[in-house]
Design a protein around this ligand. Structure first.
Ligand code: 13P
Length: 248
């Protein structure tokens, strides 16, 4: 049985004070849930969030990292920095990073390997553009992304990776994929992982859906057999809305 995981991706939003208030506001509301709760925030917020989340089950995550541990990479953040402040997750290969910051399947793979090496759990994002969906090449696209991302990942680590299927056309558009369409692609992603490893690994990997998830559609999405969670942007920015997602 896979444990559901609801993760907020705050993108370039929120201040330290707002993040602390947010955590205080959701503390009570997440007590007793078996849903894993993760907040992925801008780097400068993470340490204070970790402190604010002490004594709760809230996990803290970053939204990116470099694939080298240290070196002359001005402006970058390494896995060691994330470890030092107690981050537990890191989003890797978000489509916004692929689109605006020249992230490639190769850099995604290197980051994934580095995060795993240091015990930070990657949330690996994959997904197709609208043109690719309309051309019928969704599965081809995600297959390539998944295969390249997992290259060199050992079977014992592969099961720990969280994958987020985020169709690019559904991100921030208010136009979510239907839950059955999302489930179809996610089931397919699981079959790719089975092909790369084994059914034992593929049954363990948690696969989220992301793209315009909100309190109104989360239950239907989470009811799908292969969908184990959600990676949420806009609807994760308000405590009340986020709580509705966690308590779907
Ligand atoms: P929205 O939930 O705002 O569509 O964003 C999805 C996303 O990109 C999460 O990583």
């Amino acid at each position: 049985m896979r444990n559901p995981i609801i993760a907020g991706n705050w993108k370039m939003h929120m201040t330290i004070a707002e993040a602390e208030t947010f955590i205080n506001d959701i503390k009570e509301g997440i007590k007793g849930t078996d849903v894993e709760v993760v907040l992925c925030a801008p780097f400068t917020l993470l340490k204070d969030m970790k402190l604010a989340a002490e004594g709760t089950d809230i996990k803290i995550g970053a939204q990116n990292m470099h694939f080298e541990e240290k070196g002359a990479y001005t402006g970058e953040i390494s896995v060691l920095h994330l470890k030092e402040i107690g981050a537990e997750y890191v989003i890797i290969g978000h489509s916004e990073r692929r689109q605006y910051f020249a992230e490639t399947d190769e850099s995604v793979n290197k980051k994934l390997l580095k995060a795993i090496e240091h015990g930070i759990m990657p949330i690996l994002c994959v997904g197709e553009t609208l043109e690719e969906r309309e051309a019928g090449s969704t599965k081809e696209k995600v297959k390539l992304q998944v295969e390249k991302a997992f290259a060199g990942v050992a079977p014992e680590s592969a099961g720990e990776v969280v994958v987020a299927y985020e169709p690019i056309w559904a991100i921030g558009t208010g136009r979510s994929a239907t839950s059955s369409d999302a489930n179809e692609v996610i089931e397919y992603i699981r079959s790719i992982i089975e092909g790369l490893y084994s059914s034992e690994v593929s049954e363990k990997v948690r696969i989220q859906y992301g793209g315009s998830v909100n309190p109104g559609n989360v239950e239907q999405i989470m009811n799908e057999a292969d969908i184990d969670g959600a990676l949420v942007g806009g609807a994760s920015l308000e405590p009340s809305s986020f709580l509705e997602l966690v308590n779907f």
